[in-house]
Design a protein around this ligand. Structure first.
Ligand SMILES: [Zn+2]
Ligand SMILES: [Zn+2]
Length: 110
């Protein structure tokens, strides 16, 4: 892969969109993938699947309830992303103020 360091911030922004559930409009909580390839929070998806099973995003209709597979990769990315962006504060890569745990451990000198 080519080095794309200049675009790291851009790709983070688009990543946030990719990590956003189109139902609750926040980052995925336990993301699952359905057969059409879209991802939603497990709970959000189940909440929309009362009478019929369709994709809230592309509206693909499923005859039977699709098997929900937890997207472990996406889940990991979401966790990483949440840790990085620390509660909506601007991404400050030089001084991660929100990362108290690391700071704490660091000061204690492991
Ligand atoms: Zn959701
Ligand atoms: Zn879809």
């Amino acid at each position: 892969m080519a080095a794309e360091q200049d675009e790291s911030k851009l790709s983070l922004l688009s990543l946030e969109e990719d990590l956003t559930c189109s139902i609750c409009l926040s980052t995925f909580d336990c993301p699952v993938t359905i057969p059409c390839g879209h991802n939603f929070c497990h709970d959000c998806l189940l909440a929309t699947w009362k009478d019929s099973y369709s994709c809230p995003q592309c509206r693909t209709l499923f005859a039977t309830k699709p098997e929900l597979k937890k997207n472990t990769v996406l889940s990991t990315v979401v966790d990483t992303f949440k840790g990085r962006s620390s509660k909506g504060e601007a991404l400050s890569e030089s001084e991660p103020k929100g990362d108290l745990l690391v700071r704490h451990v660091g000061q204690r000198g492991v």
